[in-house]
Write a protein that binds this ligand. Sequence first.
Ligand code: AMP
Ligand code: MG
Length: 485
Amino acid sequence: MADIGFHFDTTYTGLPEAFFTRVGPVSVPAPEMVLFNGPLAEQLGLDASQSSQAALAAIFAGNQLPDGADPLAMAYAGHQFGHFTMLGDGRAVLLGEHLAPDGSRHDIQLKGSGRTPYSRGGDGRAVLGPMLREYIISEALHGLGIPSTRSLAVVKTGERVAREAPLPGAILTRVAGSHIRVGTFEYAAAKRDPALLQALLDYTAERHYPSWQDAHDNKAVAVLTQAMDRQADLIVHWLRVGFIHGVMNTDNMTLSGESIDFGPCAFMDAYDPATVFSSIDQQGRYAYGNQPWIAQWNLARLAECLLPLMASDVDAAVAIAEPLLKGFPALYHGKWLAMMRAKLGLFGEQADDEQLVTDLLEWMHANQADFTNTFRELSQENRPDGERYQQDDFSAWYTRWQARLAQNSKPLKSSLCLMRNSNPAVIPRNHKVEEALAAAEGGDVTRVEDLLRALENPYKETGRDAAYRSPPAAGERVHQTFCGT
Ligand code: AMP
Ligand code: MG
């Protein structure tokens, strides 16, 4: 029996049956390991050292169920680009909830594992490029200190999957705090059965907000309040590193506060708040600078679902939820400004801080300055010496910034340290991701591995990582990313 030390203790099956369907992965013809995340496995208390590559591939392809797995597909719904749809795991199954040695609980999910009752017209499969992309981006976010689902393994299935062209099939093993989404609440609300909503709220509070009573004595209000806080934190992290999720549909927003579902996501090179990469986002709904307002929109959908649990009559519930939601911009803005202060090494609070921040951003926008490298260059001891920095408008800003730094209660060394820990040197630049994926699709995964290594310590500059720090040359620029999932 295949056993690498999974310790399953699945609680999701304790929810009413409407929330899931027991269904296993569909076997694949020729599983082959592509990537395995050793450090994550170790953290989870898994031991792959006694297993052959073939045995591991069989597990992570879903051909061999590990002991204790009780696979299921979850039901959920979601607003996709503003439109409500009933969804569900159409190409994923949860093997179970694994307990790590430290007691933490993790969903172990196979993504691309075959059809389920929620597949609608889909084939239930995933292809190699997008699964490797999810692996790279999720691990990059984790390395950057940003809450994210993790990636434990990618296997090739040995099958061709029909997309625009036939592409190599693959399965990603996703590790998540849970897979409860805003869309899971929307699903429960759409069923119009208050018992379902109550069960989901109870479950979510216990799993993710065990100290919910700190926020409010009403559980629904408490969970909404804390979910808003986590989402504000998450979006501020994304903005800090120039990340654009690309598909912030409500089914792609977790109650755990982790980033999830990386389709046409990308990191911005030159600063422009209107940046959109996704080929399916023609309107710019999910552009870089829109993300806080989309988070708020999604949270409003969550609030609507929770209304019946907030008070016995609707008007009373709305009277609670509305002011809460209206508080989101201020909540977000406070966190954003604190984050930007850190990026500029500012301690304490001065009245002009926000102006200092927005003036720099405007200068960067006007000059198409690289978001990551500009902040990193400002994090060095000396004034950066590139041509752009010789401009008078930059000099004027720089003088103001230096004056503000002089007002800090801490020495310059502390500012530089704060800045270097807030401003990454290495991000998964899109042209590098695409380059690595193209090599992997051609059978050479070493470029993906090399990129992943550079992303493990993104706040440290090393000689080896220099190639990952350059913005794309004109011919290398990637303007669009495709779901192609
Ligand atoms: P995603 O774009 O991955 O967030 O998926 C949105 C919805 O479409 C989810 O319900 C997925 O399960 C479903 N889906 C995506 N791709 C497929 C596929 N190839 N087969 C079946 N369902 C899919
Ligand atoms: Mg999704």
